[in-house]
Design a protein around this ligand. Structure first.
Ligand SMILES: Nc1ncnc2c1ncn2[C@@H]1O[C@H](COP(=O)(O)OP(=O)(O)OP(=O)(O)O)[C@@H](O)[C@H]1O
Length: 412
């Protein structure tokens, strides 16, 4: 059997297939893998190691390192898992979307490492983006409309990406005006951050003004999340440095809660916070009252605004549907709309298209481009990828050095 890649068009079908492989069942097209020693490289496997590390410390993945697995960036964790699995001498390795959280350089290194060991075992790569398919794989497993597996040559696997992006209609207007918002929303002046004497950020000077659309980028571990958590979260590193949010130095009066009211935030991980059985409409409206889920009866005005947003997204038929029953892409589009519904002065989108296939990622970037073009909200879009179709005005890129990451501005 040769290496192959599985297109994760339908997550459930792929999961079922992988489960059957793991249970050592006979799977059509994968007969060569039965009774073989196989391992899985996936986010779920990684999370188990992280849980274990939290309980017992000293994870086997990083036993030669002085710090715990938890403090590794997402890219560093994935690399550690790969090396750990390679030592187990697998006969086959399932790689579940291995490049999704990796920056350009790490993807290149990871691909190079796999090319070195590719003749030692069979690789089964699950992918969502065409550009991620390993260069030495030329067989793709896809699913037809009835859910049957279809094997294709890579050359024949051509995604028709044109013509499916329905034009986003106008986004609804702001329900209220935020008073007293200065021209400068975020300003970092010569900010340095270190963790346990390890320099992470070096002399970062960056300003985000009203209505600007920024992409914040940089390789894994360069400090993107650290900057975000200083702005939006309660990272103690934000205090005692020259970080100004909406004109005030952080820590000089405004509570984190007050600051958060002026920021719309979306990260794919918040999708899991919504466990109540709120409807799609209620979930949108919760963005107006800064709560996760809705605990009070919405007013007619709020419902009318939600209706307009649902029309913009093309979700008008889904208003009463349970949020948790939406598809992954629909949940993300809705939560981006929820973050934007009050037209906050600043919208932070943390890797919003991570884990999505090419078509779904384009739908997300299309929505964000429209939000940027049709509102006065400033946007910070965090990603380590080159996002196809995204049109930011500026890019702030972090470059790691041994003294911590330095930042450079690119005008698009
Ligand atoms: N609490 C902590 N203690 C020690 N080190 C930390 C802590 N939090 C982050 N780090 C380290 O700081 C560096 C920057 O991490 P950060 O998560 O900000 O990077 P990133 O650019 O967001 O990475 P990625 O793209 O992989 O998410 C990493 O090397 C990480 O291991």
């Amino acid at each position: 059997m040769r290496h192959l890649a599985i297109y994760a068009r339908d997550h459930k079908l792929v999961s079922r297939l992988i489960d059957d492989l793991k249970k050592d069942k006979k799977v059509p097209g994968f007969e060569g893998l039965q009774h073989k020693n196989g391992f899985e490289h996936s986010e779920a496997v990684l999370q188990n190691f992280i849980k274990d590390d939290q309980k017992h410390g000293n994870s086997v993945l990083v036993k030669d390192e002085s710090r715990s697995l938890r403090t590794f960036s997402s890219g560093e964790k994935r690399k550690a898992l790969l090396e750990y699995l390679l030592k187990k001498q697998p006969e086959y390795l399932i790689l579940d979307d291995p490049f999704d959280c990796l920056d350009v350089q790490s993807v290149a290194n990871f691909k190079e490492r796999l090319a070195e060991v590719k003749s030692d075992f069979i690789l089964v790569q699950i992918f969502r983006r065409e550009e991620d398919i390993l260069p030495f794989i030329d067989i793709i497993l896809d699913f037809d409309g009835a859910g049957n597996t279809v094997f294709k040559n890579k050359a024949d696997f051509i995604e028709n990406k044109q013509g499916f992006l329905e034009e986003i209609k106008r986004i609804p207007a702001a329900p209220k005006v935020f008073e007293g918002i200065p021209e400068s929303l975020i300003q970092l002046k010569n900010v340095n951050v270190a963790y346990e004497d390890r320099p992470i950020l070096s002399n970062i000077s960056w300003e985000v003004k009203r209505s600007e659309f920024w992409k914040l980028t940089g390789p894994n571990g360069s400090g993107k999340t650290t900057i975000l958590s200083m702005i939006y979260g309660d990272n103690p590193k934000a205090y005692g440095v020259d970080l100004f949010l909406f004109g005030k130095k952080k820590g000089s009066g405004e509570s984190v809660w007050e600051i958060k009211k002026k920021i719309g935030y979306f990260s794919p991980s918040i999708t899991e916070l919504f466990i109540r059985r709120n409807s799609v409409e209620e979930m949108l409206i919760s963005g107006l009252v800064d709560s996760i889920g809705l605990y009070q009866k919405p007013s007619d005005k709020q419902r009318a605004l939600a209706k307009q947003w649902l029309e913009t997204l093309g979700f008008q038929e889904k208003a009463k549907k349970v949020f948790n029953d939406l598809s992954n892409l629909e949940k993300r589009m809705l939560l981006i709309a929820r973050a934007m519904i009050k037209h906050p002065p600043l919208l932070i989108l943390d890797e919003p298209s991570t884990g999505l296939d090419d078509k779904s990622a384009l739908k997300i970037t299309n929505l964000i481009n429209h939000i940027a073009a049709q509102s006065d909200t400033a946007i910070i879009y965090v990603s380590h990828r080159k996002e196809k179709g995204l049109h930011p005005d500026f890019e702030y890129e972090l470059f790691p050095t041994e003294n911590g990451s330095v930042g450079k501005i690119k005008i698009q």
